[in-house]
Write a protein that binds this ligand. Structure first.
Ligand SMILES: [Zn+2]
Length: 252
């Protein structure tokens, strides 16, 4: 049986970016695994880190990351994810990125998280020996996504097994965004038909309740945005229905 590993910087990126492909592979009988890198609870958050949770209507004493790990567990149950891992690393607002703008600047020199990201992914790759590994392109340049792409580059995963997903909703907001410089050159777009799996994708994405208002404007907007976006992605590659598009070495 074939195995696919989906690598998510945050608790929601894989769902929003390639949840349809995850559902399609699961339906075909693949073993599907999900690892999310930045999931650590940081007690007593301050400043911008605290703002990230209070701006979503959550009181300061709430363990925001615990809530989000619960959402991730609910997503995994909904989609039939076979293996679920959480990296014990802290998100950028806890690493000295102190404003919304700072999150989209190049990594700070003092930010040495890349080696830790690699350390988090290595044992998962070793355990699972996946046939396909889905990783972000870092469209939109969120520093946590960039650090994941850089770490992946150093892991020696055969390029034939790697598929780089289009970070969503960044790809919706910034259609012209370029993949990070750490994504290899010369890859080609591969459109995966998710027409049949789009409702399942939306059903899964709804589990990330704390993020929907901020990222999409709410549940109804999530369904509307993803439906329109994935139709457009298919159309742009001359295909009917809905698609998730990846960069890969494979033919297309
Ligand atoms: Zn993210």
């Amino acid at each position: 049986m074939s195995t696919a590993l989906f690598v998510s910087p945050h608790l929601d990126d894989v769902a929003f970016s390639c949840g349809g492909t995850l559902a399609a592979l699961k339906a075909k009988g693949w073993t599907v695994a999900l690892v999310t890198v930045f999931t650590r609870s940081v007690p007593g958050p301050k400043g911008f880190a605290l703002h990230c949770q209070t701006s979503k209507g959550l009181a300061p004493e709430v363990d925001y990351m615990a809530l989000r790990r619960d959402e991730d567990r609910a997503f995994a149950a909904c989609m039939g994810v076979d293996h679920l891992w959480w990296g014990d690393l802290e998100e950028a607002p806890h690493r000295g990125y102190a404003s919304p703008e700072a999150l989209f600047q190049p990594p700070r020199a003092e930010d040495v998280i890349e080696a830790k990201v690699a350390g988090c992914l290595k044992p998962v790759l070793w355990d699972l020996k996946p046939d396909r590994v889905f990783v972000p392109q870092a469209l939109g340049s969120h520093v946590d996504h960039v650090q994941v792409v850089r770490a992946v580059k150093g892991l020696g995963i055969p390029t034939t097994r790697l598929l780089y997903y289009r970070d969503t909703p960044y790809a919706v907001r910034q259609p012209q965004a370029h993949p990070d410089a750490a994504v290899p050159q010369g890859l080609r777009p591969l459109a995966v038909d998710i027409t049949e799996h789009l409702p399942k994708k939306v059903e899964g994405c709804i589990r990330y309740g704390t993020q929907l208002g901020f990222q999409f404007g709410g549940v109804d907007d999530l369904a509307r945005t993803l439906t329109a976006f994935h139709r457009q992605e298919a159309q742009a590659r001359g295909q009917p229905g809905a698609a998730e598009v990846f960069l890969s070495q494979g033919a297309q």
